[in-house]
Design a binder for this molecule. Structure first.
Ligand code: NAG
Ligand code: NAG
Length: 255
């Protein structure tokens, strides 16, 4: 039987490949929708590798809020935090209260499931501001893949860690005017059944491709946070810093 190529492609699509929405693009449309897809803080709590302690809950939206279909993570200087140092390595002094959230759904790339993760970001780039949009291992570490990481300069870092010291970083320039720009990562299993290919886009243009060794089958957290100081330099801002995020979407394609 003869079928034109277009018809064959359509048959292949309808036969097996399905797209499942894991997080819909409207997850920041209301607090109740937000809370059905996201949890407050990091998966492990309030502290990590910078000088901000994350603060937020369903009754405290001073640092983590949604309005106009946009998530705002807001960092403010804090005095006399208790305890005064981060509970996470390398235990920096706490200088800010800020915001972090993580997706309730874990992301696991398998030989039959690929993921597309995207969003739009108004990211501060001032010295001492360290926003991120990233994937990190649920069990142990790495895997880690950073789709957005701004370290106090007008650059976004795409990073993939094979080990704590084997890391590939590709930098793209990022405007300082707080305008929104789109980031997207497409994660697909390699044919060896072990490694994951990650294609990184900015404003729908492919900017980098990286490979994560042994990432297939490893569950990942998706985290959005506004960390401060640490890798982004110090001192950080003396006033309020806001990181805005909208239209985050996660889809899984597979058979
Ligand atoms: C610190 O956290 C950022 C995300 O905010 C992550 O990209 C980076 O790998 C972490 N660095 C260390 C040394 O843990
Ligand atoms: C990580 O591992 C993948 C798969 O083996 C490899 O292609 C990639 O080059 C490695 N990354 C680095 C920075 O060595």
């Amino acid at each position: 039987m003869f079928l034109p190529t277009a018809a064959l492609a359509l048959l292949a699509t309808t036969a097996g490949v399905q797209a499942v929405t894991v997080i819909p693009s409207n997850s920041f449309s209301s607090l109740s929708t937000f809370e059905s897809f996201w949890n407050y803080l990091y998966p492990w709590g309030s502290d990590h590798n910078g000088s901000a302690r994350m603060v937020g809950s369903s009754s405290d939206h001073s640092h983590i809020n949604v309005a106009s279909s946009t998530l705002s993570l807001i960092a403010t200087p804090t005095s006399n935090p208790s305890p005064p140092t981060s509970s996470a390595n390398p235990h920096p002094a706490i200088h800010y209260a800020s915001g972090a959230i993580h997706a309730k759904a874990q992301i696991t790339v398998t030989n039959t499931n690929a993921y597309t993760i995207s969003g739009e970001f108004s990211s501060p780039t001032a010295k001492g501001t360290w926003p991120a949009f990233w994937l990190t291992a649920v069990n142990g570490w790495p895997p880690e893949t950073d789709i957005g990481e701004w370290k106090g300069t007008t650059q976004n870092w795409y990073n993939t860690f094979n080990t704590s010291s084997v890391v590939r970083s590709d930098l793209v320039s990022w405007p300082s005017d707080l305008s929104f720009h789109a980031l997207k990562a497409v994660l697909t299993a390699e044919s060896n059944g072990a490694d994951v290919r990650i294609d990184f886009y900015m404003d729908n243009v492919l900017r980098a491709t990286q490979f994560g060794q042994g990432f297939v089958g490893k569950p990942l957290w998706l985290i959005i946070n506004l960390q401060m100081e640490g890798s982004s330099g110090s001192p950080g801002p003396s006033g309020t810093t806001t990181y805005k995020i909208r239209n985050v979407q996660v889809t899984r394609t597979g058979s």
